[in-house]
Design a protein around this ligand. Structure first.
Ligand code: ZN
Length: 792
């Protein structure tokens, strides 16, 4: 009887899934990356470095940082020793997902065995009821599900499900999938209609449950995803944290309004795009018209007002997300690598749902620029924050205390081919142009498409379909949104009046092996301007060629980058290079440079002479792989106002202590904060040291004569553990001894303003700012300026 009823349940579930799939609105189905071979000189080397360098580096760092040992602690019932933040498990899952994709295309018994060991460790940590989260099992076993807003349990579970599906599909083994379904079943027993209300503070599980549903056919997983999506925005987190509704602002978690009533992209950028990805998955299956309306409304807001040229989103470090429309600053652009990837994921779903090239345009922009910048050429260093302008102090790091980005890049590159092609009834769609091959079926017929191209360096693409016999179907070629004209020919005959539908050239005929389609997309150098509402980009231009956004790095220029500008008359030539970056296309052109100006004790002076200078731009994704120095995407069209900085800009910075996310170089980067609470792109701080005496030191090659300093303190009350220091003082190096300066006045400690102190002039090669931290609190400094002595 039991078996029979279970069989009945299974049959019903299967029927439900079938029905759901049949009523899916998605026009296209992605061709999986395992059916796509990439053999070009652009992506293929990056995938190889990803496989041989980045994935091993990810796995090594997970051991070093304690992510793996957290599972071992949980397995043996330990209650102490947990390392890292609450979401440590998620980084393991993302790295496992990346490694599984790699296994799917490059079988590797050693890697497969390593994955099995890690999977065994996490299976051992799984609790009898299916729960698995090492933070709670080790540190706070009584606090499960007590803070959905902040504690990332459902987020970690989501990354586990994605990884388990990837591993199952790569290896056919169920060791990981079983852990995932046990956990999913447990979560399903806790949350849902008639059970507990709630949804994750950090979305992710929604899209992952849809993947798990597709892999297993278990309809409850889809229903749970739908539950999390459709309830979102009912201000659950206000209830969870007993926050009065009149003082509750849920925008950070996309919890300020019911999901279908949301109007713009807002809050934390990665959360927003994972949520929108899950919402798109659910809406594509259920056809929820209100949800689809919201998705389209928010998409327009994102792409028309909140998207960086480099394909990233989220300008602010403060909330790792959005501020107001058109706020797209360049040096302080946060543009988290994960957010760019999340945007690509969301737009890929929309591209499949609607078969409209405008979504694949966003995918392309995000992948070729912001995403690829997230990892160094050698695959071992990573960007978390991706500014569009740097004064030379922002560099990729080997790892992060919050290490979400490195494994996210790794999993994206490992499965990259999955973004390139899709099929629908009677059509094969080409969304991205990469040399190689795709094998799929169109209307039940096997089709192979061979692609020969030097994209993105050149816009000529040759496509050769191979079929078992003549077959009528459409080849739909995306005409990139950046192109101004494109043409196609079939077997040498130009296609006249090609049908263009939603950005795709539709080539319909009876194809046979031997047919050749040639697509020609000219790639002139394009000077781009931004909507004037974007204050940061007014009177600036940026260079693009094809899908690539270019940048200027100081290492390529003969003059300081800060004094170079590109007048309207600047024209750029394409230069093919073969060097340390492999084969690339650089751009060179004529720019102007205004002579450096000395404004010390001057109110007026003759306008500086202007000279022509040849400048060079390289693709943005390549920046910070050579000698460190300033970088700009947006260049001024007129002589820039000189930035007046004191001797601190020339100083070498050393600190008494810096943990992995402290950036001492932020202290003299010249970026003035608006207030103490603002989160700068790089911050010099001493967290987690508290109550101690700490220092930061400026050293110069030559003695500097100084008679004052200005300090702007950092204070993240309400978010973090940095407060104003209890006291501070300035010391100078005198004959190998640190001596206090003789102040004229007081050492002020004030929020939201410069604290300036004057002292008797000293001449020294080094100054030290010494802070006494408050008991129980850390401290940080936005900026420390040094005031030169006015010569008498
Ligand atoms: Zn990240």
């Amino acid at each position: 009887m039991k078996t029979l009823s279970r069989l009945l349940v299974f049959t019903l579930l299967f029927a439900a899934v079938q029905a759901a799939e049949e009523r899916s609105l998605a026009k296209l189905r992605a061709v999986p990356f395992t059916a796509v071979t990439i053999s070009d000189s652009f992506w293929q080397p990056r995938q190889e470095i990803n496989r041989t360098a980045s994935i091993p580096v990810n796995l090594e760092n997970l051991v070093k940082s304690g992510n793996i040992s957290n599972f071992e602690l949980a397995a043996k019932g330990a209650r102490t020793g947990f390392q890292g933040p609450v979401f440590m498990d998620s980084d393991v899952y993302k790295a496992l997902e990346a490694a599984s994709y790699s296994l799917a295309t490059h079988p590797d018994p050693i890697l497969e065995k390593r994955l099995d060991e890690i999977i065994a460790a996490l299976a051992a940590a799984q609790q009898p009821d299916g729960y698995l989260n090492t933070y709670f099992t080790v540190k706070e076993p009584d606090k499960r599900w007590t803070n959905l807003r902040d504690w990332h349990e459902l987020y970690c579970a989501g990354h586990m499900f994605e990884a388990a599906v990837a591993h199952f599909q790569a290896t056919d083994k169920r060791n990981f999938l079983t852990v995932a379904t046990r956990f999913a079943d447990y979560i399903d027993s806790v949350f849902g209609a008639g059970k507990r209300m709630g949804y994750p503070g950090h979305p992710e599980i929604e899209l992952a449950l849809v993947k798990l549903w597709r892999a297993t056919g278990e309809g409850r997983y889809f229903n749970l995803a739908q539950f999390f999506i459709e309830n979102r925005g009912i201000k659950f987190f206000a209830r969870e944290h007993q926050t009065p509704l009149d003082s509750y602002d849920g925008t950070y978690w996309q919890d300020d309004a019911p999901i279908c009533d949301q109007h713009r992209i807002q809050g934390h950028a990665v959360r927003a795009c994972y949520l929108l990805s899950g919402a798109t998955d659910v809406a594509a299956e259920t056809g929820n018209a209100e949800l689809l309306k919201m998705i389209n409304r928010v998409w327009r807001n994102t792409t028309e007002r909140n998207l960086y040229l480099t394909g990233g989103i989220g300008p602010s470090a403060h909330n790792e997300g959005f501020t107001v429309d058109y706020d797209l600053p360049n040096p302080t652009a946060y543009q988290e690598t994960c957010a760019t990837i999340a945007l690509a994921q969301w737009n890929h779903r929309l591209a499949l749902l609607y078969g409209d090239a405008k979504y694949a345009d966003v995918v392309e922009r995000a992948l070729y620029n912001g995403t690829l910048a997230g990892v160094s050429q050698d695959g071992t260093r990573f960007f978390y924050v991706n500014p569009l302008e740097s004064r030379g102090t922002h560099h990729r790091q080997p790892w992060f205390g919050c290490a979400c980005c490195p494994p996210n890049v790794a999993r994206t590159l490992a499965a990259l081919g999955g973004y390139a092609y899709a099929v629908s009834d009677g059509a094969l769609w080409v969304n991205l142009y990469m040399q190689g091959e795709v094998k799929t079926t169109v209307s039940g017929q096997p089709v192979t498409l061979r692609v020969t191209t030097d994209y993105p360096w050149d816009g000529r693409v040759k496509l050769a379909p191979q079929v078992t016999g003549p077959k009528r179907f459409e080849i739909r070629l995306r005409i990139p949104g950046w192109s101004r004209e494109a043409s196609a020919s079939i077997n040498g005959t130009k296609v006249q009046a090609a049908v263009i539908e939603k950005g795709y050239a539709v080539l319909s005929r009876e194809w046979q092996t031997g047919d050749i389609v040639e697509l020609e997309i000219p790639m002139p150098v394009e000077k781009t301007i931004a909507n004037p509402t974007v204050i940061a980009d007014r009177a600036h231009i940026a260079l693009q060629r094809g899908p690539l956004v270019y940048c200027f790095e100081s290492v390529d220029q003969k003059e300081p980058l800060r004094s170079i500008y590109l007048p309207d008359t600047s024209e750029f030539d394409v230069v093919k290079e073969h060097g340390s970056f492999g084969r690339i296309v650089a751009l060179t052109g004529a720019a102007r440079v205004a002579a450096e100006q000395n404004w010390t004790r001057r109110l007026y002076q003759p306008a500086p002479a202007v000279r022509e200078v040849t400048v060079k731009a390289i693709p943005y994704y390549l920046w910070d792989n050579r000698a460190p120095g300033p970088m700009k995407v947006w260049m001024p069209v007129a002589a820039p106002t000189p930035v007046l900085q004191g001797p601190e800009s020339q100083a070498e910075v050393t600190v008494s202590f810096a943990n992995s996310n402290s950036r001492p170089a932020g202290i003299n980067d010249g970026l003035e904060p608006k207030n103490s609470g603002e989160q700068p792109p790089q911050l010099c701080h001493w967290w987690p040291h508290k109550g101690a005496e700490e220092w930061v030191r400026y050293s110069w090659k030559q003695p500097v004569s100084v008679s004052g300093v200005k300090v702007y303190w950092f204070d993240d009350t309400g978010r973090g553990a940095c407060r104003l220091p209890a006291a501070w003082r300035i010391e100078y190096l005198d004959g190998g001894q640190w001596k206090p300066v003789r102040v004229r006045g007081e050492y002020a400690v004030t929020l939201n303003t410069w604290c300036e102190v004057a002292f008797d002039p000293v001449s020294s090669r080094a100054l030290r700012l010494v802070l006494m931290l408050q008991p129980e609190w850390a401290a940080g400094v936005h900026e420390w300026k040094v005031l030169e002595t006015d010569e008498e």
